[in-house]
Write a new protein. Structure first.
Length: 148
């Protein structure tokens, strides 16, 4: 049965990373051949390309996406994008995120404390969190390739 799969746009070859490059993964694309792929990139949509990097940081108000350039909390536009995206695509069967991303990482986002000390490398990014909250099956691209 053909699945509708939400996938980080950089994995499809879109040059939407912070540095205007991509993370195209031919092996992943081959494994997904025949399925409906729905690309997303909350960071490119909210902040453009190229853009400053950000980290997932544990703050007094929770896990937030913090700009490495300005130290500004960038979470709200990412969270709003995620809600609109999933509200617009109610048929999604699977979410495949770019590992280690503060937005798209499913179980691999790096979490730092406010002094930028690494706390964990097994966190969920903000977009992936919304997918999980909606009970969508989620997996990091590297893990998907390992099981497909």
């Amino acid at each position: 049965m053909k699945k509708s799969i939400a996938i980080s746009a950089c994995l499809l070859g879109e040059k939407c990373r912070y540095d205007a490059n991509d993370n195209k993964n031919e092996r992943l694309l081959k494994a997904l051949d025949g399925h409906k792929l729905i690309a997303f990139c909350p960071e490119a949509e909210a902040f453009g390309i190229p853009r400053a990097t950000m980290d997932l940081v544990q703050t007094p108000v929770g896990k937030r996406a913090i700009s490495n350039k300005t130290n500004k909390d960038l979470s709200k536009p990412i969270e709003e994008y995620a809600k609109i995206f999933f509200d617009s695509h109610l048929d999604i069967d699977l979410f495949i995120g770019k590992e280690r991303s503060p937005s798209c990482g499913v179980t691999s986002a790096r979490l730092y404390d406010e002094m930028k000390n690494l706390i964990s490398s097994k966190e969920t990014g903000l977009m992936a969190k919304e997918a999980k909250n909606r009970k969508i099956t989620c997996i990091d691209a590297e893990k998907f390739i390992g099981i497909s």
